[in-house]
Design a protein around this ligand. Structure first.
Ligand SMILES: [Zn+2]
Length: 77
């Protein structure tokens, strides 16, 4: 089963989502926001109990973690 990492740009919550077919998450499970960004690299800090602050801060220096994708909606890279 393909499980992808997503991050909500509203509350910075990082979460895993089991993708069935081509359907990704429509809403953030935390705040129900729809600014969902697919992450290309696993955000292991979340499963370790951390918040999204660390990844958000470090990734902002050179684009976000989704920049390896063809289109990154979060930072435009
Ligand atoms: Zn959210």
């Amino acid at each position: 089963m393909p499980i992808f990492e997503y991050q909500c740009n509203d509350c910075d919550r990082c979460f895993e989502f089991l993708v069935l077919g081509n359907e990704g998450p429509k809403k953030c499970p935390e705040c129900a926001g729809d600014k969902i960004e697919k992450l290309m690299s696993a955000c292991g800090f979340f499963s370790k109990g951390g918040s999204g602050e660390t990844l958000k801060a470090s990734a902002s220096t050179s684009g976000c973690s989704g920049c390896s994708a063809t289109s990154c909606s979060s930072c435009g890279h």
